[in-house]
Design a protein around this ligand. Structure first.
Ligand code: ADP
Ligand code: F6P
Length: 324
């Protein structure tokens, strides 16, 4: 039934991502504009289970759109994976009058939202992760900021790498997803890009490629290595030993998850947050907001979780021919 909901909650879960604050702000302010009451749940499902629930008004999200991280904090919570934890979470929502819940996070967080939906809490997922690894959507909150942060850092490493005529192995985030590595690889002109989805472990071939580019007169060799492949220090050592080219490893790490969100992240996050509230007001539940083919759309969580996503082979093939 449309417009039955009076009180909604909002939480962020899983890894934080720049732009999450813009999404929270949109949820709060759009909900208030529709006459709803909004509760902020701190520290994701962990905070829900501990009843860390605060009242949100328009002022509570003031001065947040430009800030990285999440003002509601985030957490990972094992208890939420259990049926008992899920039942307790749904009961706490009911106790606090939370009839609708916006969950900003990744696939794991959506699984929690799906469980709550089956227990009678109207839930809507909003895709928030720097990894871009949610299959139903072409955009996830935080990816744009993260790749721009990584790109700027890699440009700096490239300067010193060229000056010393070195090889640099640069590890970017992405435990099982190579989107940050691929995008930076293209944007930074990396000679080699190692993606968890495609890497066959053939270090000998990588070393042959480095020798070949060196023989052609290249002044540096940039290898962008996704976190999921790891072993960047050991890889750098082996490259140096076998190519004779001085090699340094840099692990960019969590700096990629912080910082002020880009314009794109702020705008998409704001519209996705608003869209989530609209869905709740239409009486919808168990849905994920997505961006697909130029439009904001929504999918049933079950359907979204069943979708598969993979690195685009054309993009990866092109990347191999760009840095020559
Ligand atoms: P992300 O949301 O970024 O994918 P995680 O996979 O770490 O991050 O999941 C975030 C949280 O979502 C977990 O700590 C857990 O509380 C909850 N969650 C993950 N998987 C499930 C599941 N199968 N059922 C219920 N809750 C889950
Ligand atoms: O949020 C996604 C992500 O940054 C991944 O790229 C990375 O593998 C993981 O989170 C790191 O998580 P943690 O914060 O636990 O180190």
């Amino acid at each position: 039934m449309a417009n039955q909901i009076k009180t909604i909650g909002v939480l962020t879960s899983g890894g934080d991502a720049p732009g999450m604050n813009a999404a929270i702000r949109a949820v709060v302010r759009i909900a208030l504009s529709k006459g709803l009451t909004v509760k902020g749940i701190q520290r994701g499902y962990s905070g829900l289970l501990n009843e860390e629930i605060i009242d949100m008004d328009a002022k509570s999200v003031a001065d947040t759109i430009q800030k990285g991280g999440t003002i509601l904090y985030t957490a990972r919570c094992e208890e939420m994976r259990t049926p008992e934890g899920q039942k307790k979470a749904a009961d706490i929502c009911k106790k606090h009058g939370i009839e609708g819940l916006v969950v900003i996070g990744g696939d794991g967080s959506f699984q929690g939202a799906q469980k709550l939906a089956h227990l009678g809490i109207n839930t809507i997922g909003v895709p928030g992760t720097i990894d871009l690894d949610i299959a139903c959507t072409e955009y996830t909150i935080g990816f744009d900021t993260a790749v721009n942060t990584a790109m700027e850092a890699i440009d700096k490493i490239r300067d010193t790498s060229t000056s010393h005529e070195r090889c640099s192995v640069i590890e970017v985030m992405g435990r099982s997803a190579g989107y940050i590595a691929l995008w930076c690889g293209i944007a930074n002109g990396a000679e080699d890009i190692l993606l968890p989805e495609r890497w066959d472990g053939d270090v000998d071939r990588l070393i042959e490629h480095i020798k070949e580019t060196k023989a052609r007169g290249k002044k540096h060799h940039i290898v962008i290595n996704a976190e999921g492949i790891g072993n960047s220090q050991a890889l750098a050592k082996r490259i140096e030993e076998e190519t004779g080219m001085e090699t340094r490893a840099t692990i960019l790490g969590h700096l990629q998850r912080g910082g002020s969100p880009t314009c794109k992240d702020r705008v998409y996050a704001s519209l996705m947050g608003a869209y989530a509230v609209d869905l709740l007001c239409q009486g919808k539940s168990n849905r994920v907001v997505a961006y697909s083919k130029g439009q904001y759309v929504d999918f049933e969580i079950d359907e979204a979780l069943a979708m598969k996503k993979d690195i685009d082979d054309y993009q990866f093939d092109v990347s191999k021919h760009l840095a020559r």
